[in-house]
Structures are given as structure tokens and as C-alpha cells.
Design a protein around this ligand. Structure first.
Ligand code: GLY
Length: 327
């Protein structure tokens, strides 16, 4: 089994990564606690029998980004109260980024904060969303407008769970892997052109994210580099009414933000390899309306990652009006 220990100001996160880990999780969690397991209907149908956590109650929501809302926060809290979940009990998020964002947010507020574990089931959550403690819900049409930073105590990554992932969701994860390669690790980026091991890719991305979030837990410096491609990417996602998966929108955003033509060409070649469509068009005014709500804008200025070369990124300050003019 591969493991990582990531240290933060308030607590630490232990990561366990192994094929078929799902069936052995109960040997890695403490006895004598109550567990509330949050998941979606798809994951419940596929994997609820394989996950045996003693003393647990399930909360099962419909799948999809639309579920990441305050109504579901209330619903989960009601279930936790009626199940008498105490301050020392644990919430387990069993699903993709929607489930870990929503459940992580509940865990950060329930009785002023309880511990939680993540069992990420999508590639995008296994390589990125599961680690770093960003939690939250969407508000009206705006993504992640309400949230907190609250780190999971344990993360269990089982790459076998990806076998049932729809192709578009897999490609969405590849989008974030490309981001890690472009910004931090040229070998990782180049490996995507050949036959790669998905377990290795996941471990490498988590290791990079662990180093970055240990250095900049609260998103004030180098962690902002993880937003590469996300400013316009989030807007494309919203304008598409969440029909284009997040990581694919991030690829479109990176294409927009990369300045060097040779790097852009390499990215286009990767998109061709993975059969990701490159011909999409957006309504610019609609995109702009979303971009100006971006959380990273302070006093009309946005801190943006700028790719200097493959594997090297720096944070720059750009006036939001200049960024919008380039659209
Ligand atoms: N997904 C980017 C971050 O966690 O900072």
C-alpha cells in the first residue's frame, strides 16, 4: 500500500492508496465511534455492499453538481442529529468531488466541526479534490460560493473504483492530471502521451498537491497555481449548465491561459489522443458575468497562474478588466 502523511496547521491527513482498498477500509478505522456515510445513488448501487463500516448510517443523495446546495446541508445535519452523531464521531464522504465538498462542509460546521474521511470514487477527486480541505456548496448559479477549509483526517484511494467511471468523468480527471503535469512536473505531463499507470499518476498528483497545500494551506500563494485554467474553466462549466465536466472545462481554460504556442500545440495533441473535443464556442457576455463573481478577485485584481514553461508556473496579478478584454 502507498501512503502519505500531510501536515496542516490544525491537523494532518493520512492518505492510503491501494487497489481493492474499499473492502479493507474497516481495518484502518477506529472502533467505538459512530459513522455517517454520505454518498450518491450511483455509488450506493455499485459499492455499498463492498464498504463495511461498523456502526454506520447512510445518507444517499441523487448524483450531480445540483445537489451541492444548502438544502442538502440541512438534510444531512437532520440525519446526523437523529442518528445522535456526536462531536467525536466521523462523517465519511463516499463519492466524487460533489460529495466530498458537501460532506466536508457539513463536517466543518456540525457542532462547530467534526472529523471526516474521504473515499474518492472519481479520477478527478482521487487526484485533486479529495485533498487540501476545500469544502463548500454552490449558491444559486455560482459555484463554491459558501465554504470553508477543513481537512479530512483520512483519505482512502482505491483506483479499482475507476473501472465503473463513465468516459467523460475519466477525461475530466485527466484534465486535472494534465494541469499537475503542465504546472509542476514535465515527466508527468509527457507520460500522458504513452501507456501510463493510473495508480502512479494518482500518487504523483497527490504528492504534488500534498507539498503545495502543506506550504500554502489557505490559498494565498503557491496553492493559487492549482487554479490554472480554472477562472475561465469555472465560467464555461456554469454557462454549459454543468453539462461539460469540470476537468474538461479546465482543459479549455488552460488552452485559453497558455501563452506559448508550442505548449498549446502539445496540449491540443493530448486532447486528440484522449479524443476530447476542441471546437466549442461560448457566449462571451455570459462567460464574463460568471468570471466577475470569481472568489479570487480582490479590488479589481485577480491573482492568476502563468505558465513559464512545462513544469514551471508563477503567480501574477492581472486587472480583471484586462483579463476580460482578452476573451
Ligand atoms: N482544487 C484546487 C485546490 O484545492 O486548491
Amino acid at each position: 500500500m502507498k501512503t502519505l502523511e500531510v501536515k496542516y496547521s490544525t491537523n494532518k491527513t493520512n492518505i492510503y492508496l491501494e487497489n481493492n482498498l474499499l473492502e479493507n477500509i474497516s481495518s484502518l478505522i477506529p472502533r467505538g465511534k459512530k459513522y455517517i456515510i454520505l454518498t450518491d445513488e450511483n455509488i450506493y448501487k455499485l459499492y455499498s455492499r463492498a464498504l463495511n463500516v461498523p456502526n454506520s448510517t447512510w445518507v444517499v443523495l441523487p448524483a450531480g453538481e445540483k445537489e451541492k446546495n444548502l438544502d442538502n446541508v440541512s438534510k444531512i445535519i437532520e440525519k446526523m442529529l437523529s442518528s445522535e452523531i456526536s462531536k467525536t464521531d466521523i462523517l465519511i464522504n463516499f463519492g466524487g468531488g460533489v460529495i466530498s465538498d458537501l460532506g466536508g462542509f457539513v463536517a466543518s460546521t456540525y457542532k462547530r466541526g467534526i472529523n471526516y474521511y474521504n473515499i474518492p470514487t472519481t479520477l478527478i477527486s482521487q487526484v485533486d479534490a479529495t485533498l487540501g480541505g476545500k469544502t463548500g456548496v454552490d449558491f444559486k448559479v455560482y459555484k463554491n460560493q459558501i465554504g470553508s477549509i477543513h481537512h479530512p483526517e483520512k483519505i482512502f484511494v482505491d483506483p479499482i473504483l475507476l473501472n465503473t467511471l463513465p468516459k467523460n468523468e475519466y477525461l475530466s480527471g485527466i484534465g486535472e492530471v494534465i494541469k499537475y503535469g503542465l504546472c509542476f512536473d514535465e515527466d508527468l505531463f509527457n507520460s500522458l502521451f504513452s501507456n501510463f499507470s493510473i495508480d502512479e499518476l494518482i500518487y504523483k498528483c497527490l504528492k504534488i498537491k500534498a507539498e503545495i497545500t502543506e506550504k500554502d494551506e489557505f490559498d494565498n500563494g503557491i496553492r493559487l497555481a492549482l487554479n490554472f485554467g480554472h477562472t475561465i474553466g469555472h465560467a464555461i462549466e456554469a454557462v454549459s449548465n454543468y453539462t461539460i465536466p469540470h476537468g474538461i472545462c479546465v482543459i479549455y481554460g488552460m488552452l485559453y491561459e497558455i501563452e506559448a504556442e508550442d505548449i498549446k500545440d502539445k496540449l491540443i495533441r493530448l486532447m486528440q489522443k484522449f479524443e476530447i473535443e476542441n471546437q466549442i464556442s461560448y457566449d462571451k457576455d455570459e462567460l464574463k458575468a460568471f468570471i466577475i463573481q470569481d472568489k479570487k478577485i480582490r479590488n479589481g485584481v485577480i491573482k492568476l497562474p502563468k505558465l513559464e514553461k512545462i513544469g514551471k508556473v508563477k503567480i501574477t496579478e492581472v486587472k480583471i478588466n484586462d483579463y476580460l478584454m482578452r476573451l
